[in-house]
Design a protein around this ligand. Sequence first.
Ligand code: DC
Length: 224
Amino acid sequence: MSTTVAIDGPSGAGKSTIGHALAQRIDATFVDTGLMYRALTLAALERDVDLDDGPALATLVDACPIEVERARPDQTDRLETVLLDGRDVTLEVRSPRVDRAVSAVSRHPEVRDAMVGVQRAAAWRGSVVMVGRDIGTVILPEATMKVFLTADAEVRAARRANEMGRPDRVDEYLEEIRRRDAADSGRAVAPLRIPPGALVLDTGKLAVDACVEAIIEALERLDA
Ligand code: DC
């Protein structure tokens, strides 16, 4: 029987790291939906599409196929590869200009509607660990298990600054994280919320391995 795990939480909470490790442990496909919104944002920036124009942004979802694939073993700079119209944009989708614009793109109902189908389709292929902001609440409300990962904004900013090799820039990352938290939680459509019944884990207090173990134990309890 296939298992679906929905993992939500704010920027920098460790969703990708923990979700990817969990997917390997339970032999599931890992899908990072943030990468899909990032690839769409890059497409919009490259084509000068108005970021306030929801319908125009939604047509881009069909016009520019976005694929998220497992990274090859030699690609150690990533967990997954993102293709936009067949072009590898994995590193570009993490650029500051995409960081700044992605909340504006992902807030539109037309964009979210277009993404629902793409993301649900990814979960029909078998066991999946899907990470994002609205996976347990909107995309996979029937998921086998829902997890909400969180950590203080300061912890998440320090983590991001270290990952980017810029510990001197922690204040800038903190500002960016606070701005995105407000945008993700305050938007009208599919805001970031703790799904009912979710296992809530604070990744500032629990290490990656401990979070993965806690999720696996909770899954085993469901099976028992
Ligand atoms: O997880 P991330 O930082 O890569 O996500 C980038 C942005 O995409 C984030 O600011 C909010 C948006 N997003 C969303 O609205 N819904 C999702 N399921 C995933 C991401």
